[in-house]
Design a protein around this ligand. Structure first.
Ligand code: NAD
Ligand code: DAU
Length: 358
């Protein structure tokens, strides 16, 4: 296999792309951040769909990580290593012999990055650097999970959506550290020939999402008898994708993606915040105006929108969860049924928001 570029020649216009071929067949993967929201959903996805793959989860178990997220998965398929991606000695112990690292671990919440950017610099930038160095030393394939926020935002009336060619223009401390980490990946690819891919995905929803994030916060507020909180004028647009579709896209990129390439992941799910909130209120039997307007997020990005045609065309990926109302209803149901999972984080999260006027 050509180390700079997988062997497959892509030629869609000739109709000769074999979408079913998997070019890279990992058996042992490390999933960083596998006890967080999206990482743990990916671990479940791999266990359920790829029986030959063993997963080592490397997770520091910060406030956002929860070992319960992967509890009950077979011990011979999933191992949890509690540790920091910035710990080079630990990486030296677990990276040799693995086939790939799929890197989800991050400080992921914009509001936290505005209150205190330091952990974002450390985990998102230095942590990525440590993983890249470990991959370089041990010749390990690396997939980097990033965000559409690196592209900044779009106006509400802009007909454009983000593509792989959109220039980087991050707005928040969070998104600027993610952008920096993407740049490190590109440099390590070009300079050292590392076998990498990058994916930039839009807003995820689904089970196991921390109660600090928009959708779980509003659902659990209602379950607690607290009014939902809407920032600014409520017209900011996010492009929602179910987290299981994010997982299938990452798997497709890991196994079939061309080295050195970036793929945008999105499911054509643009909605403004007030419409999403109205859907939650209606789904939970509340009046449409039963919420509080609160202070806006400083530097709040107006709109994100993903054009995922490269991923669909080259790798044959498509989302399964195309009915947002149905996906939201099952997410509401999941939070209703799993109060013991979210309850311990609820009070402190709301106290933090309250102190910020949100
Ligand atoms: P999350 O905050 O729910 O989980 C992050 C996980 O990383 C936690 O388990 C935490 O314990 C772990 N972690 C944090 N610092 C660590 C460190 N130094 N060493 C080891 N583990 C550490 O995040 P998420 O929402 O699941 O996001 C996962 C990834 O996906 C992030 O890279 C994020 O930028 C990206 N992403 C998220 C979204 C979204 O909508 N949430 C969309 C696109 C991309
Ligand atoms: O686009 C991908 C990004 O999506 C990821 O990179 C981030 O890790 C992830 O957190 C998410 O970022 P957002 O800032 O878009 O998500 P959040 O859930 O924080 O907010 C979604 C929208 O809802 C945003 O416009 C702010 C608004 N909001 C948020 C909260 C928590 C509210 O109106 N009220 C709230 O209480």
């Amino acid at each position: 296999r050509d180390r700079q570029q997988p062997a497959r020649v892509l030629n869609d216009s000739m109709g000769d792309t074999d979408m079913s071929e998997e070019l890279f067949e990992p058996r042992n993967i490390i999933v960083t951040g596998g006890c967080g929201f999206i990482g743990s959903n990916f671990v479940h996805y791999v266990v359920n769909n790829h029986p030959d793959v063993h997963v080592t989860v490397l997770d520091k178990l910060t406030y956002a990580g929860n070992r319960e997220n992967i509890a009950g998965l077979p011990a011979d398929r999933v191992e949890l290593v509690v540790g920091d991606i910035c710990d080079a000695e630990l990486l030296e112990r677990i990276v040799p012999g693995c086939d790939a690292i799929v890197h989800y671990a991050a400080e992921s919440h914009n509001d936290n990055s505005i209150a205190d950017p330091e952990p974002f610099l450390r985990t998102n930038v230095e942590g990525t650097y440590c993983l890249l160095e470990a991959c370089r030393k041990h010749d390990v394939r690396y997939h980097h999970v990033s965000t559409d926020e690196v592209y900044g935002d779009l106006a509400l009336d802009d007909p454009a959506r983000f593509t792989e060619e959109t220039p980087y223009k991050p707005s928040s401390p969070y998104s600027s550290t993610k952008a920096a980490s993407d740049m490190l990946v590109r440099a390590w690819t070009r300079t050292y020939g590392l076998r990498t891919t990058i994916s930039n995905c839009s807003n995820n929803y689904g089970p196991f999402q921390h109660v600090e994030k928009f959708i779980p916060r509003q659902i659990t507020n209602i379950l607690c008898g607290i009014k939902p909180k809407l920032y600014g004028d409520g017209l900011n647009v996010r492009d929602w994708i179910h987290t299981e579709d994010h997982s299938s896209a990452v798997w497709a990129i890991l196994t079939k993606g061309r080295y050195g390439e970036t793929y945008l992941i999105g499911a054509d799910g643009e909605k403004n915040n007030i419409d999403v909130l109205h859907a939650i209120l209606e789904g939970m039997g509340k009046a449409a105006d039963d919420f509080d307007w609160v202070r806006d997020r400083p530097g709040h990005d107006r709109r994100y929108a993903i054009d995922s045609s490269k991923l669909r065309r080259e790798l044959g990926w498509k989302p399964k969860h195309t009915d947002f109302a149905q996906g939201l209803a099952s997410t509401i149901e999941w939070y209703r049924e799993n109060e013991q999972w979210w309850r311990p984080a609820k009070e402190s999260t709301e106290a933090k928001y309250k102190a910020q006027g949100q």
